[in-house]
Design a protein around this ligand. Structure first.
Ligand code: SF4
Length: 341
């Protein structure tokens, strides 16, 4: 698929005081993209569109260049200690995406140009933990790889963390636009993960993202560039014939991935979950979606601050975990399974 190119770009005036802000302004001027100004990256109000759905779709191809004010990082479990804030939002249209609700009425893509300040914060967090390893997740609020060909901020972060002794970086993507990241001096400190799923899930619920084959081809390149590699199998969905669907996924993964990519692999497994609010939003934005969200067939799992989620019932979750785990062990016996959640 073609790399993302925004149809509309907003700049916060403050962003132009940073080198990356200036570079991006020049870049978009040359690309002849419509450029507007916004007082704050958190309050872009005039996205074009006659109704909410049109506005939503347009927002997903709008990039807002701003300055990240909150330099306190959120904690990020279970894959890392902290979330490093490089961008917010994504151009993908995955029906199940949790950004649907976490970003509320601000689904546009925000990129932050004050990288040195963000890196300073990261360094402070690393120092606080002394001799312990500190992992940063860069894909908590966006698919950072999908926009990085424009900003290169992920590349700079990879190189910054590459220089630290105890810092580690990780992120996950559904995009194959990795070429500019292949020569980054990562020093083995970045784990590059790709999100994979059964053919049914990718085709039914992940419009606007790279195909399975494109992702695996990119994974091969990344492994060749000596990045530690991993896969997140998520969201695991109990669709019709799911056992055969996921078996086929692992067969194809094993057959397509070059041999050098199979050493030091990690797998993470995340079962599908939704909230009542998410269900409402998804049904509005993707009215024809076949995503199953029947509360009665699920278990309610209480979360922090009373915000619970619907997950699969215990026996189904166990079958799901055991089945996927058995596929991983069969096709990638040396890989490390990090967690199932
Ligand atoms: S690629 Fe990831 S972040 Fe983007 S819409 Fe899909 S699930 Fe959400």
């Amino acid at each position: 698929m073609k790399p993302f190119s925004p149809q509309l770009v907003y700049f916060e005036p403050g962003a132009l005081e940073y080198p990356l802000g200036k570079t991006l302004k020049e870049k978009f001027e040359k690309m002849d993209v419509e450029i507007r100004e916004t007082t704050s990256h958190n309050q872009v109000r005039n996205i074009p569109g006659d109704n909410d759905l049109q506005k939503y779709r347009n927002a997903k191809s709008t990039l807002v260049v701003g300055v990240r004010k909150t330099l306190k990082f959120d904690t990020s479990k279970p894959s890392a200690e902290y979330a490093i804030p490089l961008a917010t939002g994504c151009m993908g249209h995955c029906h199940y995406c949790y950004l649907q609700t976490t970003l509320g009425d601000k689904p546009y893509i925000r990129t932050y140009v004050n990288l040195d300040e963000i890196f300073e914060s990261a360094d402070k967090y690393i120092k606080e933990r002394g001799d312990e390893i500190t992992r940063f997740e860069a894909a908590c609020t966006s698919d950072i790889v999908g926009i990085d060909h424009l900003t290169h901020s992920l590349k700079k972060t990879i190189e910054h963390i590459g220089k630290t002794e105890n810092g580690r970086l990780r992120f996950v993507t559904k995009y194959n636009h990795v070429d500019h990241l292949l020569d980054a001096k990562h020093n083995g400190n970045t784990r590059f993960r790709f999100s994979v799923n059964s053919d049914h899930v990718i085709k039914s619920f992940e419009p606007g993202t790279s195909s399975f084959l494109e992702r695996i081809e990119a994974a091969g390149k990344v492994a060749k560039a000596d990045y530690p590699l991993g896969f997140i199998v998520a969201p695991l969905i109990l669709h019709e014939d799911w056992e055969a669907g996921y078996l086929d996924l692992f067969e194809r993964l094993e057959a397509t991935l070059p041999h050098y990519a199979k050493k030091d692999l990690t797998f993470e497994m995340i079962q599908h979950r939704f909230t009542k609010t998410a269900k409402r939003v998804i049904q509005k934005r993707y009215p024809k979606s076949k995503l199953e969200m029947n509360e009665e067939e699920r278990k309610y799992k209480w979360g922090k601050y009373g915000r619970g989620k619907y997950v699969y019932k215990d026996d189904e979750a166990t079958t799901l975990r055991e089945t996927i785990q058995s596929y991983i062990e069969r096709f990638f016996p040396e890989a490390k399974i990090e967690y199932f959640t």
